[in-house]
Design a protein around this ligand. Sequence first.
Ligand code: NAD
Ligand SMILES: O=C(O)C1=N[C@H](C(=O)O)CCC1
Length: 247
Amino acid sequence: MIKVGVFGAHGRMGSEVVAAVQGAADTEYVAGVDSGDDREAVRGADVVVDFTHPDAVMDNLRWLIEQGIHAVVGTTGFDDAKLAELRGLLDAHPGAKVLLAPNFGIAAVLMMHFAKLAAPYFESTEIIELHHPNKADAPSGTATRTAELVAAARRDAGAAAMPDATTAEVPGARGADIDGVRVHALRITGMIAHQEIVFGTHGETLTIRHDSMNRASFMPGVLLGVREVAGLPDPLTIGLEPLLGLE
Ligand SMILES: NC(=O)c1ccc[n+]([C@@H]2O[C@H](COP(=O)([O-])OP(=O)(O)OC[C@H]3O[C@@H](n4cnc5c(N)ncnc54)[C@H](O)[C@@H]3O)[C@@H](O)[C@H]2O)c1
Ligand SMILES: O=C(O)C1=N[C@H](C(=O)O)CCC1
Protein backbone atom coordinates (compact mmCIF):
# COMPACT_ATOMS: atom_id res chain seq x y z
CA MET A 1 0.00 0.00 0.00
CA ILE A 2 1.24 3.50 -0.84
CA LYS A 3 0.62 5.87 2.07
CA VAL A 4 -0.70 9.19 0.73
CA GLY A 5 -1.26 12.62 2.30
CA VAL A 6 -3.05 15.53 0.65
CA PHE A 7 -2.22 19.25 0.91
CA GLY A 8 -5.19 21.47 0.04
CA ALA A 9 -7.52 18.67 1.17
CA HIS A 10 -10.61 20.90 1.52
CA GLY A 11 -10.25 22.47 -1.94
CA ARG A 12 -11.99 21.64 -5.22
CA MET A 13 -9.15 19.39 -6.38
CA GLY A 14 -7.85 18.26 -2.99
CA SER A 15 -11.24 16.86 -1.94
CA GLU A 16 -11.39 14.82 -5.19
CA VAL A 17 -7.88 13.52 -4.48
CA VAL A 18 -8.88 12.44 -0.95
CA ALA A 19 -11.84 10.48 -2.41
CA ALA A 20 -9.67 8.94 -5.16
CA VAL A 21 -6.97 7.86 -2.68
CA GLN A 22 -9.59 6.42 -0.32
CA GLY A 23 -11.21 4.57 -3.23
CA ALA A 24 -8.11 3.01 -4.80
CA ALA A 25 -7.12 -0.52 -3.81
CA ASP A 26 -3.36 0.18 -3.60
CA THR A 27 -3.34 3.51 -1.70
CA GLU A 28 -3.91 4.29 1.97
CA TYR A 29 -5.07 7.78 2.98
CA VAL A 30 -2.91 9.14 5.80
CA ALA A 31 -4.27 12.67 6.36
CA GLY A 32 -5.34 15.88 4.70
CA VAL A 33 -3.87 19.29 5.49
CA ASP A 34 -5.49 22.60 4.54
CA SER A 35 -4.70 26.25 5.36
CA GLY A 36 -3.60 26.67 8.98
CA ASP A 37 -3.34 22.92 9.71
CA ASP A 38 -0.11 21.35 11.00
CA ARG A 39 1.77 19.56 8.21
CA GLU A 40 2.99 17.01 10.78
CA ALA A 41 -0.35 15.22 10.14
CA VAL A 42 1.12 13.71 6.96
CA ARG A 43 4.29 12.40 8.62
CA GLY A 44 4.49 8.72 7.73
CA ALA A 45 3.16 9.29 4.20
CA ASP A 46 5.23 7.97 1.28
CA VAL A 47 3.74 10.56 -1.09
CA VAL A 48 1.94 13.86 -0.59
CA VAL A 49 -0.30 15.31 -3.32
CA ASP A 50 -0.39 19.14 -3.40
CA PHE A 51 -3.29 21.08 -4.91
CA THR A 52 -3.06 24.35 -2.96
CA HIS A 53 -2.19 27.81 -4.29
CA PRO A 54 0.66 29.28 -6.32
CA ASP A 55 1.69 31.36 -3.26
CA ALA A 56 1.72 28.33 -0.89
CA VAL A 57 3.18 25.49 -2.89
CA MET A 58 6.91 26.33 -2.59
CA ASP A 59 6.77 26.41 1.20
CA ASN A 60 4.95 23.05 1.19
CA LEU A 61 7.53 21.54 -1.16
CA ARG A 62 10.44 22.84 0.92
CA TRP A 63 9.02 21.01 3.96
CA LEU A 64 8.28 17.78 2.05
CA ILE A 65 11.73 17.66 0.46
CA GLU A 66 13.41 18.26 3.82
CA GLN A 67 11.39 15.33 5.26
CA GLY A 68 12.27 13.07 2.28
CA ILE A 69 8.59 12.68 1.30
CA HIS A 70 7.81 12.34 -2.43
CA ALA A 71 5.49 14.97 -3.90
CA VAL A 72 2.92 14.87 -6.70
CA VAL A 73 2.13 18.49 -7.47
CA GLY A 74 -0.83 19.81 -9.45
CA THR A 75 -0.64 23.38 -8.18
CA THR A 76 0.17 25.77 -11.01
CA GLY A 77 1.89 29.17 -11.24
CA PHE A 78 5.48 27.89 -11.47
CA ASP A 79 7.95 30.26 -13.17
CA ASP A 80 11.67 29.88 -13.90
CA ALA A 81 12.65 31.29 -10.48
CA LYS A 82 10.46 28.79 -8.59
CA LEU A 83 11.72 25.89 -10.71
CA ALA A 84 15.35 26.91 -10.06
CA GLU A 85 14.63 27.07 -6.30
CA LEU A 86 12.98 23.64 -6.47
CA ARG A 87 15.96 22.10 -8.28
CA GLY A 88 18.28 23.63 -5.65
CA LEU A 89 16.22 22.15 -2.82
CA LEU A 90 16.24 18.69 -4.42
CA ASP A 91 20.03 18.90 -4.95
CA ALA A 92 20.53 19.84 -1.31
CA HIS A 93 18.26 17.04 0.01
CA PRO A 94 18.61 13.94 -2.17
CA GLY A 95 15.93 11.30 -1.58
CA ALA A 96 12.61 12.95 -2.31
CA LYS A 97 11.23 12.93 -5.85
CA VAL A 98 8.88 15.60 -7.19
CA LEU A 99 6.43 15.12 -10.06
CA LEU A 100 4.98 18.44 -11.14
CA ALA A 101 2.26 18.39 -13.80
CA PRO A 102 0.24 21.42 -14.91
CA ASN A 103 -2.50 19.05 -16.03
CA PHE A 104 -3.22 15.49 -14.85
CA GLY A 105 -5.95 14.90 -17.45
CA ILE A 106 -4.74 12.15 -19.79
CA ALA A 107 -6.59 13.77 -22.72
CA ALA A 108 -5.05 17.13 -21.82
CA VAL A 109 -1.56 15.61 -21.91
CA LEU A 110 -2.40 14.13 -25.34
CA MET A 111 -3.63 17.57 -26.48
CA MET A 112 -0.24 19.08 -25.54
CA HIS A 113 1.58 16.23 -27.28
CA PHE A 114 -0.49 16.61 -30.47
CA ALA A 115 0.13 20.39 -30.42
CA LYS A 116 3.87 19.77 -30.24
CA LEU A 117 3.63 17.43 -33.26
CA ALA A 118 1.51 19.88 -35.29
CA ALA A 119 3.43 23.06 -34.51
CA PRO A 120 6.18 22.86 -37.19
CA TYR A 121 3.60 22.52 -39.99
CA PHE A 122 1.80 25.86 -39.42
CA GLU A 123 2.76 29.54 -39.82
CA SER A 124 0.50 30.68 -36.98
CA THR A 125 -0.41 29.18 -33.60
CA GLU A 126 -2.40 30.81 -30.81
CA ILE A 127 -3.86 29.36 -27.61
CA ILE A 128 -7.20 30.11 -25.96
CA GLU A 129 -7.68 28.75 -22.45
CA LEU A 130 -11.05 28.89 -20.68
CA HIS A 131 -11.46 28.27 -16.94
CA HIS A 132 -13.80 28.89 -14.00
CA PRO A 133 -13.53 32.41 -12.53
CA ASN A 134 -12.14 31.20 -9.15
CA LYS A 135 -8.77 30.43 -10.74
CA ALA A 136 -5.85 32.44 -9.27
CA ASP A 137 -3.31 32.26 -12.08
CA ALA A 138 -3.47 33.40 -15.70
CA PRO A 139 -2.62 32.12 -18.15
CA SER A 140 -3.19 28.57 -16.93
CA GLY A 141 -0.28 26.23 -16.27
CA THR A 142 -1.51 24.05 -19.13
CA ALA A 143 -1.57 26.95 -21.60
CA THR A 144 1.88 28.11 -20.50
CA ARG A 145 3.32 24.64 -20.96
CA THR A 146 1.56 24.20 -24.31
CA ALA A 147 3.01 27.50 -25.52
CA GLU A 148 6.50 26.44 -24.40
CA LEU A 149 6.18 23.06 -26.18
CA VAL A 150 4.90 24.72 -29.39
CA ALA A 151 7.68 27.32 -29.28
CA ALA A 152 10.37 24.65 -28.78
CA ALA A 153 8.99 22.52 -31.64
CA ARG A 154 8.96 25.58 -33.93
CA ARG A 155 12.52 26.49 -32.94
CA ASP A 156 13.74 22.91 -33.55
CA ALA A 157 12.11 23.03 -37.02
CA GLY A 158 13.70 26.43 -37.82
CA ALA A 159 10.25 28.07 -38.21
CA ALA A 160 10.11 31.81 -39.00
CA ALA A 161 8.41 34.25 -36.60
CA MET A 162 4.61 34.16 -36.84
CA PRO A 163 3.05 36.81 -39.11
CA ASP A 164 1.33 39.66 -37.21
CA ALA A 165 0.88 43.14 -38.65
CA THR A 166 -0.50 44.65 -35.40
CA THR A 167 0.99 48.12 -34.80
CA ALA A 168 -1.86 49.69 -32.78
CA GLU A 169 -3.08 47.66 -29.85
CA VAL A 170 -5.25 48.16 -26.80
CA PRO A 171 -3.02 46.55 -24.11
CA GLY A 172 -3.94 42.88 -23.74
CA ALA A 173 -5.91 42.64 -26.99
CA ARG A 174 -3.35 40.25 -28.48
CA GLY A 175 -3.07 38.17 -25.31
CA ALA A 176 0.06 37.27 -23.34
CA ASP A 177 3.30 36.50 -25.18
CA ILE A 178 4.66 33.18 -23.86
CA ASP A 179 7.88 32.33 -25.67
CA GLY A 180 6.54 34.03 -28.83
CA VAL A 181 3.14 32.28 -28.70
CA ARG A 182 0.02 34.37 -27.97
CA VAL A 183 -2.16 33.02 -25.14
CA HIS A 184 -5.68 34.31 -24.40
CA ALA A 185 -7.25 33.55 -20.99
CA LEU A 186 -11.04 33.52 -20.44
CA ARG A 187 -12.68 33.16 -17.01
CA ILE A 188 -16.27 31.97 -17.42
CA THR A 189 -18.82 30.92 -14.79
CA GLY A 190 -19.96 27.35 -15.42
CA MET A 191 -16.70 26.23 -17.01
CA ILE A 192 -14.08 23.95 -15.43
CA ALA A 193 -10.95 23.69 -17.63
CA HIS A 194 -10.84 23.93 -21.42
CA GLN A 195 -8.29 24.83 -24.08
CA GLU A 196 -8.07 25.34 -27.83
CA ILE A 197 -4.89 25.52 -29.87
CA VAL A 198 -5.57 27.17 -33.22
CA PHE A 199 -3.08 26.49 -36.01
CA GLY A 200 -3.15 28.15 -39.41
CA THR A 201 -1.34 28.00 -42.71
CA HIS A 202 -2.31 28.96 -46.26
CA GLY A 203 -5.82 27.67 -46.98
CA GLU A 204 -6.00 25.38 -43.93
CA THR A 205 -6.52 25.65 -40.21
CA LEU A 206 -6.46 23.04 -37.48
CA THR A 207 -8.00 23.41 -34.03
CA ILE A 208 -7.19 21.01 -31.20
CA ARG A 209 -9.61 21.30 -28.28
CA HIS A 210 -9.69 19.69 -24.88
CA ASP A 211 -12.48 19.90 -22.27
CA SER A 212 -12.43 18.75 -18.65
CA MET A 213 -16.07 18.13 -17.76
CA ASN A 214 -15.43 17.54 -14.04
CA ARG A 215 -12.55 17.31 -11.58
CA ALA A 216 -12.76 13.52 -11.32
CA SER A 217 -11.25 13.56 -14.82
CA PHE A 218 -7.87 14.46 -13.31
CA MET A 219 -7.81 11.53 -10.87
CA PRO A 220 -6.46 8.70 -13.09
CA GLY A 221 -3.45 10.91 -13.81
CA VAL A 222 -2.99 11.84 -10.15
CA LEU A 223 -3.13 8.18 -9.07
CA LEU A 224 -0.65 7.26 -11.84
CA GLY A 225 1.68 9.92 -10.44
CA VAL A 226 1.24 8.62 -6.88
CA ARG A 227 2.11 5.08 -8.03
CA GLU A 228 5.13 6.09 -10.13
CA VAL A 229 6.75 9.07 -8.41
CA ALA A 230 9.13 7.10 -6.16
CA GLY A 231 10.58 5.22 -9.14
CA LEU A 232 11.13 8.20 -11.43
CA PRO A 233 14.73 8.51 -12.62
CA ASP A 234 15.19 12.24 -11.91
CA PRO A 235 14.60 14.21 -8.71
CA LEU A 236 12.25 16.57 -10.64
CA THR A 237 9.91 15.45 -13.42
CA ILE A 238 7.77 18.04 -15.19
CA GLY A 239 4.67 16.76 -16.97
CA LEU A 240 2.98 13.37 -17.07
CA GLU A 241 4.36 12.61 -20.54
CA PRO A 242 7.20 10.26 -19.49
CA LEU A 243 4.76 8.22 -17.37
CA LEU A 244 2.59 7.73 -20.48
CA GLY A 245 5.49 6.87 -22.80
CA LEU A 246 5.09 10.20 -24.66
CA GLU A 247 8.22 12.28 -25.32
N1 NAD B 1 -2.53 19.93 -12.49
C1 NAD B 1 -3.84 19.79 -12.68
O1 NAD B 1 -4.31 18.84 -13.34
C2 NAD B 1 -4.78 20.78 -12.05
C3 NAD B 1 -6.16 20.62 -12.13
C4 NAD B 1 -6.96 21.51 -11.46
C5 NAD B 1 -6.39 22.54 -10.72
N2 NAD B 1 -5.05 22.68 -10.69
C6 NAD B 1 -4.39 23.68 -9.85
O2 NAD B 1 -4.49 23.25 -8.50
C7 NAD B 1 -4.49 24.38 -7.63
C8 NAD B 1 -5.69 24.30 -6.71
O3 NAD B 1 -6.87 24.40 -7.46
P1 NAD B 1 -8.32 24.26 -6.76
O4 NAD B 1 -9.31 24.61 -7.80
O5 NAD B 1 -8.40 22.95 -6.07
O6 NAD B 1 -8.22 25.45 -5.70
P2 NAD B 1 -9.07 25.59 -4.33
O7 NAD B 1 -8.94 27.03 -3.95
O8 NAD B 1 -10.42 24.99 -4.47
O9 NAD B 1 -8.27 24.68 -3.29
C9 NAD B 1 -7.02 25.00 -2.76
C10 NAD B 1 -7.04 24.57 -1.29
O10 NAD B 1 -5.72 24.72 -0.79
C11 NAD B 1 -5.83 25.26 0.52
N3 NAD B 1 -4.55 25.86 0.88
C12 NAD B 1 -4.06 27.10 0.59
N4 NAD B 1 -2.83 27.24 1.12
C13 NAD B 1 -2.52 26.07 1.74
C14 NAD B 1 -1.40 25.59 2.44
N5 NAD B 1 -0.30 26.37 2.64
N6 NAD B 1 -1.40 24.32 2.92
C15 NAD B 1 -2.48 23.53 2.74
N7 NAD B 1 -3.60 23.94 2.08
C16 NAD B 1 -3.61 25.19 1.59
C17 NAD B 1 -7.00 26.23 0.45
O11 NAD B 1 -7.52 26.54 1.72
C18 NAD B 1 -7.96 25.42 -0.41
O12 NAD B 1 -8.78 24.59 0.37
C19 NAD B 1 -4.45 25.61 -8.55
O13 NAD B 1 -3.11 26.03 -8.71
C20 NAD B 1 -4.97 25.06 -9.87
O14 NAD B 1 -4.50 25.78 -10.99
C21 NAD B 1 -4.24 21.82 -11.35
O1 LIG C 1 -8.97 24.69 -12.27
C1 LIG C 1 -7.79 25.02 -12.45
O2 LIG C 1 -7.27 25.98 -11.85
C2 LIG C 1 -6.98 24.25 -13.40
N1 LIG C 1 -5.70 24.53 -13.46
C3 LIG C 1 -4.75 23.85 -14.27
C4 LIG C 1 -3.98 24.83 -15.12
O3 LIG C 1 -3.69 25.95 -14.66
O4 LIG C 1 -3.60 24.47 -16.24
C5 LIG C 1 -5.27 22.66 -15.02
C6 LIG C 1 -6.70 22.72 -15.34
C7 LIG C 1 -7.57 23.17 -14.18
